[in-house]
Design a protein. Structure first.
Length: 657
C-alpha cells in the first residue's frame, strides 16, 4: 500500500516525555502499512537515539535519521520532509501526542476536501491552544473566512506535493518563530486549507520540567527580529489593505499587546520589562499602520496605543489596574428535562473581587488617553457599547485529556445599576443545554469525568472559570440520568465546588443505596413481578439487567427488566429457580454498553417456605449492613463476571475532585 502519511518528529533530549508520543503514533487507527514515522535525532545526548534505533529494528513503520545538533527544530523538520515518502506529512513534537484516530481522520478529511493543509482540533495540557478556530469543522478555510492565523504552531498535516511544488521549508538555525514563517506562508499559498473541528487530533503538552522551548524566556531583540520575518511573509503574499492589517493584528495582539498586560508583564524583572517594551514599541511604529490596531478589543487597543506612543510608565500603571480584573460565575439552576441537562447561570466581570462597574453614558475622553484614569473610562464606555453583542460560552472539558466542546447557549443581557448609582454592571445570563447523546461534536462524551467551564470574552478580556460554586441554600445537583446508553451523573466537585459530569464511573454517588426494602413491590401469585422506584432521571424506557446472587457463593441468576420514565424498574423474576434461599441484588443500568457496571441495591430477596418471593424486613441498621453484604458478596466472591459479552467491573473509589 502506498504511504499515505509520513509523521515527522524532531527529537532533542526529550527524556521520558517521548514515551506518550511514541505510544500514540504506534497506536494509530490508520493501517500500519499506510503510514510511517520519521524520527530526526538532532544530536541527542541522552538515551533517546538508542531507544529509537531499537524501535526501528522492531517496527517497519519507524525510521530514524541521526544528525549533528542544529540548535532548533527547523532543520530536523526539513530533513524529515526530504526523507518522507507519504502523500501527506504530519509534524509532531516529541513532547506531544496524537488522538488515536488523528492520522486517519485528518488524511481522509484532507483527501475529501482536496486540501494542501489540514488543521486538526487541538487540546492543551498545561498550555493554551486556539479555541474559536475549532468551534466547528471548516472544509474550505482561508485566512479571510476563518481565524486560521490564530494557529501558527507547525502541528499540521500538509500535502508533500505542495511542499515540493512551492519549495516551502522551515527557516533553519537557532531562532524563534520558525513555525510562524512556515505556517503563514503555507496558509497564504495553499489551494485549500481544511479544519477538522469535531475530533481532538493533537494534544499539546507542557512538560512537567517546563523545558519546552516555547516556555523559555525570550531575548527581546532576537525574538522581534525573527517576528519581522513572519510579517515579511504577509507583505510578500498580500496587498496593502484590510486583509494585511487583519493578519498583522494577530502578531500585534498575541506577541506584543498580551506581553504588556496585567500580571504577566508585572511579574517580569524591571530591566527586562523595559527592554521588552522598547522592542515592541519599535515594531509597532515601524511596521503597523492605524488600521492594524483600530479594530482591537477596547483593552487591547488601549495597550497598543500606549505602546505606539512609547509611554512605558503608563503601560505599567495600566497593567497594575488590569491585574485586578476577574470573572464571577453563578449557577442559577441545573436540571434534567427530557434527557437534556439544562444549566442556567449568570456571569460578569469583576475588579478587585467586586462587580466591575461601567459608565452608563457620557462623553468619550480624547484618544489616545492622557493617563490611566482616562484610559479606564474610555474602555469602560467602549465595552458598554459592545455589550449587546457579547455572549458567554459553556464548555464541556474532559478532565483527563483537556479536550473541550462548545454547548449551545441562549444569552440574555442585563444592565444593572451600580449600588451607588454611578454606572452599571454588565451581567450575561446564559441558558445552556447539554445533550449527552451529542455533546461531543455530535457524539456522546466518553466514559470519565467532565468539568463544566464558562468562558466570557468582553472588553478585550477573555476569562474562563469553572461553573460554581454550588448554588446557594445547598441546592442539590439533579440525579443521575440513564441516557444515550450511559449513566450520566451531574455533581458538585469536592475541591472546587464546581459542576462536573461523571459519565459511566459513578457508583455510591448514584444514590441507589437510598432505596429501601419498603420501596420494593412484589406482585403475582408467587411474587415474581418485581417493581422498585430508583432515584434516576429516565427520559425513555430502556432495558436493564438484574443479577441475583446467592448469599452462599456459587449461584447467580440474571434477568432483563425495563427501566421506565420516572425511574421505575420492572422485571419478572424466575422464582421457581430460586429455591428457599436469600438473594442479593445488583443492577446494570446500561446492559448494551461494553464494560457496563453492576450496581448493588441495598436489599435482599428471599423465597419463603410457601415458594413465594418476599423482601425480608431489615432490622435497625440493617439497610447499611445489607448494602455492605451485597458489595462484599458480589465483589469478593464473584469478582469480574461476564454476562452476554458484558463485563461488570468494580466501580472506582477514587475521590472526585
Amino acid at each position: 500500500m502506498p504511504v499515505k502519511v509520513s509523521v515527522i518528529v524532531p527529537v532533542y533530549n526529550p527524556g521520558r516525555y517521548i514515551e506518550d508520543c511514541i505510544a500514540s503514533l504506534l497506536g494509530q487507527s490508520l493501517p500500519p502499512d499506510a503510514y510511517e514515522i520519521v524520527f530526526v535525532d538532532d544530536g541527542c545526548t541522552d538515551a533517546t537515539p538508542a531507544l529509537l534505533d531499537a524501535l526501528a529494528a522492531q517496527d517497519s513503520r519507524v525510521r530514524v535519521v541521526h544528525q549533528e545538533n542544529s540548535g532548533w527544530p527547523g532543520k530536523p523538520r526539513n530533513v524529515g520532509i526530504d526523507a518522507a515518502r507519504g502523500e501527506y506529512v504530519m509534524f509532531v513534537d516529541a513532547d506531544d501526542h496524537l488522538g488515536a484516530e488523528a492520522l486517519e481522520r485528518m488524511y481522509d478529511y484532507g483527501v475529501a476536501n482536496d486540501a494542501d493543509v489540514v488543521v486538526g482540533k487541538m487540546a492543551g495540557r498545561g498550555r493554551a491552544v486556539p479555541v474559536e478556530l475549532f468551534r466547528t469543522s471548516r472544509p474550505r478555510a482561508t485566512v479571510e473566512n476563518a481565524p486560521l492565523i490564530d494557529s501558527l504552531t507547525p502541528h499540521k498535516m500538509i500535502r508533500r506535493a505542495f511542499l515540493e511544488r512551492t519549495g516551502l521549508r522551515f527557516p533553519e538555525g537557532r531562532r524563534r518563530l520558525e513555525d510562524h514563517v512556515f505556517v503563514t506562508e503555507a496558509y497564504l499559498r495553499a489551494g485549500n486549507v481544511a479544519v477538522l473541528g469535531d475530533y481532538v487530533c493533537y494534544y499539546h503538552v507542557r512538560r512537567g520540567d517546563a523545558a519546552n522551548v516555547s516556555f523559555q524566556r525570550i531575548d527581546p531583540v532576537s525574538y522581534f527580529k525573527d517576528l519581522r520575518e513572519a510579517l515579511d511573509v504577509v507583505e510578500r503574499y498580500t496587498e496593502p489593505g484590510a486583509l494585511r492589517d487583519r493578519l498583522f493584528r494577530r502578531w500585534l495582539r498575541v506577541e506584543m499587546v498580551e506581553r504588556l498586560r496585567g500580571r504577566r508583564f508585572l511579574n517580569l524583572p524591571e530591566d527586562y520589562r523595559r527592554e521588552l517594551f522598547e522592542e515592541i514599541h519599535g515594531v509597532v511604529v515601524e511596521r503597523f499602520g492605524p488600521g492594524v490596531a483600530a479594530p482591537l478589543q477596547p483593552t487591547q487597543r488601549v495597550v497598543a496605543a500606549l505602546a505606539a506612543d512609547g509611554r512605558y510608565d503608563d503601560v505599567v500603571a495600566f497593567a497594575r489596574w488590569e491585574a485586578g480584573v476577574g470573572l464571577a460565575v453563578e449557577p442559577r439552576d441545573v436540571e434534567w428535562r427530557g434527557g437534556l441537562l439544562r444549566i442556567v447561570f449568570a456571569a460578569e466581570l469583576t475588579h478587585d473581587g467586586r462587580p466591575m462597574v461601567f459608565p452608563a453614558a457620557g462623553e468619550r475622553p480624547r484618544w489616545p488617553p492622557r493617563d490611566v484614569a482616562e484610559a479606564v473610562r474610555w474602555l469602560g464606555l467602549d465595552t458598554a457599547e459592545r455589550f449587546d453583542r457579547a455572549s458567554p460560552d459553556l464548555l464541556l472539558r474532559e478532565r483527563a485529556g483537556a479536550a473541550q466542546y462548545f454547548q449551545p447557549v441562549r444569552t440574555d443581557r442585563e444592565r444593572i445599576a451600580a449600588a451607588d448609582g454611578n454606572g452599571v454592571r454588565l451581567v450575561l445570563r446564559g441558558t445552556a443545554v447539554v445533550d449527552p447523546a451529542t455533546a461531543v461534536s455530535g457524539s456522546p462524551p466518553r466514559e470519565g469525568l467532565w468539568d463544566i467551564w464558562v468562558r466570557v470574552g468582553l472588553g478585550g478580556w477573555t476569562k474562563e472559570l469553572r461553573l460554581g460554586p454550588a448554588p446557594r441554600h445547598g441546592r442539590p445537583a439533579p440525579p443521575a440520568a440513564v441516557v444515550a446508553d450511559q449513566v450520566v451523573l451531574p455533581y458538585w466537585t469536592d475541591r472546587h465546588a464546581g459542576l462536573a459530569l461523571d459519565v459511566g464511573h459513578a457508583s455510591e454517588r448514584l444514590g441507589l443505596g437510598r432505596v429501601a426494602a419498603g420501596d420494593v413491590t412484589l406482585a403475582g401469585d408467587r411474587g415474581e413481578r418485581f417493581h422498585v422506584l430508583l432515584p434516576l432521571h429516565v427520559p425513555e424506557a430502556a432495558p436493564v439487567l438484574l443479577r441475583l446472587t446467592g448469599v452462599k457463593p456459587g449461584s447467580s441468576h440474571e434477568v432483563f427488566g425495563t427501566l421506565a420514565p420516572g425511574g421505575r424498574l420492572d422485571a419478572v423474576l424466575p422464582v421457581g429457580d430460586l429455591g428457599g434461599r436469600t438473594w442479593l441484588t445488583t443492577v446494570c443500568l446500561t446492559p448494551e454498553t461494553e464494560g457496563a457496571r453492576f450496581h448493588p441495591l441495598p436489599f435482599a430477596l428471599h423465597v419463603d417456605p410457601d415458594g413465594v418471593l418476599v423482601v425480608p424486613a431489615p432490622q435497625p441498621g440493617g439497610v447499611r449492613r445489607t448494602a455492605r453484604r451485597v458489595r462484599r458478596v458480589v465483589y469478593r466472591a464473584l469478582g469480574r463476571l461476564t454476562a452476554g459479552g458484558r463485563v461488570a467491573t468494580r466501580p472506582s473509589r477514587r475521590r472526585r475532585r
